[in-house]
Ligand binder design. Structure first.
Ligand SMILES: Nc1ncnc2c1ncn2[C@@H]1O[C@H](COP(=O)(O)OP(=O)(O)OP(=O)(O)O)[C@@H](O)[C@H]1O
Ligand SMILES: [Mg+2]
Length: 246
């Protein structure tokens, strides 16, 4: 049986790259040599705000057949088109074994719209999300309702997630890690997750790719800026606060 990862690699098709248009004009690492190999079932994207994580994740989502605004494949048609051209996904080639057509693109920033769609459409999607209106749950509860109900593992799935931690307390982030482990163990799920959370990044066996101004590089958990900074800060918050407020 073929196990995750299914999407093996993405690469730029150079003659489809428009250097003048976003994102090529802005993100120097998207040069003609840009490739990204997926060697593990779980890949994290980390890096500073504005380093390009969402841009690349969104393009991967489109390559996987999701709408760039997020949701499952069932949510392909309800989005209104914002008229923004998807130049990066158009310039990407993808290698699959096998091609996967199921999954979810979870964007915390547009989750409200997906939740409203699920709540108002009712059957059949409603039960699929746990049977309780997502808007009648707290922010974090509704995130977890989607993760635990809609992220199924009985068929091969691509799960792309942009900052899934945003609504989750530190304890609920541990619940998320437990779900992540179930998804990975099934062998049926490939996950690419952009995150700022030093808790999520602790997940073992994940590949962590750091987005830097000089390009993308593999890093160990303890080498990530988020881990190092959070650890130093929590060891002595007063030192930072004093400096900031002087
Ligand atoms: N449609 C656009 N047109 C021009 N520039 C854009 C567009 N979308 C994003 N950018 C710029 O591209 C850069 C990368 O943005 P992106 O959203 O990919 O960053 P990110 O790594 O996901 O950041 P964050 O951690 O804040 O979510 C940013 O400098 C952003 O301002
Ligand atoms: Mg982002």
């Amino acid at each position: 049986m073929l196990k995750s990862p299914f999407l093996k690699r993405i690469a730029i098709v150079d003659d489809k790259r428009n250097e003048e248009a976003f994102p090529f004009s802005q993100l120097a690492f998207l040069n003609e040599k840009f490739t990204l190999d997926f060697s593990n079932p779980v890949t994290f994207f980390v890096g500073e705000n504005g380093s390009g994580k969402s841009t690349v994740l969104e393009a991967i989502a489109e390559v996987c057949g999701f709408h760039k605004s997020g949701g499952s494949h069932m949510h392909q048609n309800y989005h209104s088109d914002d008229g923004v051209e998807s130049t990066l996904s158009d310039a990407l080639s993808a290698s699959w074994l096998p091609k996967v057509n199921q999954g979810f693109f979870f964007r915390s920033e547009s989750f409200f719209n997906v939740a409203r769609y699920v709540d108002t459409e009712g059957y059949p999607t409603f039960n699929f999300y746990g049977g309780k209106a997502l808007h009648s749950q707290s922010h974090g509860e509704s995130f977890l309702a989607v993760f635990s109900n809609a992220f199924v593992t009985d068929e091969r799935q691509m799960f792309l997630m942009d900052e899934p931690e945003t609504a989750l307390s530190p304890q609920r982030q541990l619940s998320f890690l437990s779900l992540l482990s179930e998804w990975e163990k099934s062998g049926n799920c490939q996950l690419v997750i952009a995150t700022h959370s030093p808790i999520l990044l602790a997940y073992p066996n994940a590949r962590i790719i750091e987005f830097t101004p000089d390009g993308l590089r593999d890093v160990e958990y303890e080498e990530t800026e988020h881990y190092k900074f959070t650890k130093t800060f929590l060891n002595n918050p007063q030192r930072y606060l004093k400096e900031l407020m002087e």
